[in-house]
Write a protein that binds this ligand. Structure first.
Ligand SMILES: Cc1cc2nc3c(=O)[nH]c(=O)nc-3n(C[C@H](O)[C@H](O)[C@H](O)COP(=O)(O)OP(=O)(O)OC[C@H]3O[C@@H](n4cnc5c(N)ncnc54)[C@H](O)[C@@H]3O)c2cc1C
Length: 390
C-alpha cells in the first residue's frame, strides 16, 4: 500500500455536542466485511476522514470505519471457548494479508482478533472504536443528498454508508408459550461459554445448524441432552465447504436477498456438513433428533405429541438476524421484511450498501461483498486521490 493510505486506528472522536464531521463514505462495523470494504476503498484512493484538513468539506474522498466493539476482531472475539481454529469451517484471509500459521487448538476468539488487530495496524485503516451507530437518516429529500450518521460519539455527514454490522448483537429465540415460566437455565448460543456450565443437567438443545450440533456433541459429554429441530436435519454426503462455495447456493441466496426475503442461515441452503462434531455425536449415539417442542413449563418441555419431558436447561442455538435497526429511518425494508438488494446496494437507496448480509454471511462472502461495495461506490462517487488503484 502506498504512503498515502489512511491514518492509524483508535483516534478519539469528538464529543456528542460538536458539529458533524464529514467522511465521503462511512463504513459501519469492523468485522471481516467492514475491513474488506475499508481495504478496497483505501486501495482506490479513499484517505482517512480522521486526517482530513477540511473536516467540514468533502474535498478529497475520505473514509471512516465506526466500530462498536472496544477492540479488533468483529464477532469472533465473543465466540465460545471451544470453537477452535482447527474446528471452524474455514476462515478466509482478509484481503491483502494472509492469516499467519495458527495452532489448530487455539480458540478462534483469540486467534482471529489477533489477526484482525495486526491487519488493522498494517493497513492503517481509519477505525474509531468503541462507537455505536444509533441511526442513519437522510438530511433532506434529495435522494442523492447527504446522510447523517448518529453515533454514541458524535455525528457524521456522509455521501454513502457501507453497513457491515453482522448479526451477533441480534440473537433469535423462538417465542414459545411458557418460556418466561421456565425455571431452569436458558442460554442462547451467543452467551454459551463452556460445556461444564451444564454438568449433570438435562439439557434441551434447540436448532438445526452447525452450532447446535457442536454444542450437542460437547454438552452431551457432561450432561443428558435432547436435541430439538423444527425440520429433519439434512446431512450432506460431500464436503460442506464445497457447498458453501457452490455457485448454486450463492445464486439462490443472492436471489432471495435481491427479492428482499430476510436472510436465512447459510445451512438452510446447503444442508449440514459431517463436521468432526457431527461424526463424534453420531458415533456416541447422541445425534438423535426430536421434533421441536411446542411449549415450556417451569421444569419441562411439552413435546410435539403433547407429552411432557423434564429438562432443567435449554440452549437456544436458533441463530441470529441481521443487525439493521439503526437503518430504519431510511425505510429500506421491503414487504417481505428483508432489504431488497441490487448487488450489495439497497434497492431503495443508492447511498447504502449492505455487506456481510444475505449471500455474504461468511468470511469469503464478506470479503467479496466488501470489494463489490467499494467498486460500486467508486463508480458512483469516483475514485479518490489518496492511494494507487488496484
Ligand atoms: C458461531 C459462528 C461460527 C462461524 N464460523 C464460520 C466459519 O468457520 N467460516 C466462515 O466463513 N464463517 C463463519 N461464520 C460466519 C462469519 O463469522 C461471518 O459471516 C463473518 O465473520 C462476517 O462477519 P461480519 O463482518 O459480517 O460481522 P461481524 O464479525 O459480526 O462484525 C460486525 C462488526 O460490526 C460492529 N457493529 C455492530 N453493530 C454496530 C453499530 N450499530 N455501530 C457500529 N458498529 C457496529 C460490531 O462491533 C462488529 O465489530 C460463523 C458465524 C458464527 C455465528
Amino acid at each position: 500500500m502506498s504512503d498515502a493510505t489512511p491514518a492509524p486506528t483508535s483516534v478519539p472522536t469528538r464529543g456528542r455536542s460538536s458539529a458533524p464531521r464529514r467522511a465521503t463514505v462511512v463504513v459501519v462495523g469492523a468485522g471481516q466485511a467492514g475491513l474488506s470494504a475499508a481495504h478496497h476503498l483505501a486501495r482506490r484512493g479513499f484517505g482517512s476522514a480522521l486526517d482530513d484538513p477540511d473536516p467540514d468539506g468533502d474535498a478529497a474522498h475520505t473514509l471512516v470505519v465506526l466500530d462498536a466493539d472496544d477492540r479488533p476482531g468483529g464477532a469472533w472475539q465473543h465466540r465460545w471457548e471451544s470453537l477452535h481454529m482447527g474446528t471452524v469451517n474455514g476462515i478466509f484471509d482478509l484481503p491483502g494479508m494472509p492469516l499467519p500459521p495458527v495452532d489448530p487448538d487455539e480458540p478462534s476468539r483469540d486467534a482471529v482478533p489477533r489477526y484482525f488487530a495486526a491487519y488493522e495496524e498494517r493497513a492503517r485503516l481509519p477505525i474509531v472504536r468503541p462507537v455505536r451507530v444509533t441511526a442513519v437518516r437522510a438530511v433532506d429529500d434529495d435522494p442523492g443528498g447527504d446522510l447523517l450518521v448518529e453515533t454514541t460519539a458524535g455525528t457524521w455527514l456522509t455521501r454513502a454508508v457501507v453497513n457491515a454490522t453482522g448479526t451477533w448483537n441480534t440473537p433469535v429465540v423462538p417465542d414459545l408459550p411458557g418460556r418466561e415460566l421456565f425455571a431452569g437455565l436458558q442460554r442462547h448460543s451467543r452467551d454459551y461459554r463452556r460445556a461444564s456450565d451444564f454438568t449433570g443437567r438435562r439439557v434441551a438443545i434447540v436448532g438445526g445448524g452447525i452450532s447446535a450440533v457442536q454444542l450437542l456433541e460437547e454438552v452431551s459429554r457432561v450432561a443428558t441432552t435432547l436435541w430439538y429441530t423444527r425440520r429433519e436435519p439434512v446431512f450432506l454426503d460431500h464436503d460442506f465447504t464445497q457447498s458453501l462455495d457452490g455457485v448454486d447456493v450463492e445464486r439462490r441466496v443472492a436471489a432471495d436477498a435481491a427479492e428482499g426475503r430476510p436472510p436465512a442461515s447459510i445451512v438452510s441452503y446447503t444442508g449440514l456438513g459431517w463436521t468432526s462434531y457431527a461424526v463424534q455425536a453420531r458415533r456416541r449415539g447422541v445425534l438423535t433428533r426430536r421434533p421441536m417442542f411446542t411449549a415450556l413449563g417451569p421444569h419441562h418441555v411439552v413435546e410435539a405429541d403433547g407429552s411432557s419431558t423434564s429438562v432443567d436447561a435449554v440452549i437456544w442455538a436458533t441463530g441470529f438476524r441481521a443487525d439493521l435497526d439503526h437503518l430504519d429511518p431510511l425505510r429500506l425494508r421491503g414487504p417481505l421484511g428483508g432489504v431488497p438488494l441490487v448487488g450489495t446496494r439497497a434497492r431503495a437507496d443508492e447511498r447504502v450498501h449492505l455487506i456481510g448480509y444475505g449471500p455474504s454471511q461468511s468470511t469469503v462472502g464478506a470479503n467479496r461483498a466488501g470489494r463489490a461495495a467499494a467498486v460500486a461506490l467508486v463508480q458512483r462517487l469516483g475514485a479518490g486521490t489518496g492511494a494507487a488503484r488496484r
